[in-house]
Design a protein around this ligand. Sequence first.
Ligand code: AMP
Ligand code: ZN
Length: 114
Amino acid sequence: MEKDCLFCKIIAGEIPAEKVYEDERILGFKDIRPAAPFHALLIPKEHIPTFNDLGEAHDAMMGGLLRAAAAIARQEGLDEGYRLVGNCLKAAGQEVYHIHVHLLGGRGFNWPPG
Ligand code: AMP
Ligand code: ZN
C-alpha cells in the first residue's frame, strides 16, 4: 500500500470502485471514464509503479492478470474481440503510477492506436 496511490486506495476500499474481478493478487474494476462500452482496469494488489519495475518474481502474477482479463472478456460476452492496453510512462499517457492493464470491448478498434 502506497499512501498517495489512487489504485492502492481502491484496493484498500478507501475509494469506491465497481469491481468486476478479484483474487488474491489481482483486482479488476470499471474505468471511471470509459473509452468503450466495456472498459475495465486490471491491477496487481501489490503497488508496482510501472511495467519497468516488474521483476521475475512478478511473472506468475502478470500471467494471472492476463488470464483474468480473458476470463472477464468471456464473462462480458466480448466474443467479437477486445483490446488490452498498458501505458508506460508519460509519452504513452500513463496517468496513474500503479501498473494497470486496460480491457476495452464492445466496439471496433483501429490499428495503429493513436
Ligand atoms: P492511464 O492513463 O493508463 O494511467 O489510465 C488511468 C485510468 O484510470 C484512466 O482511464 C482513468 O479514467 C482511470 N481512473 C482514474 N481514476 C479512477 C477511479 N477512481 N476509478 C476508476 N478508474 C479511474
Ligand atoms: Zn498503488
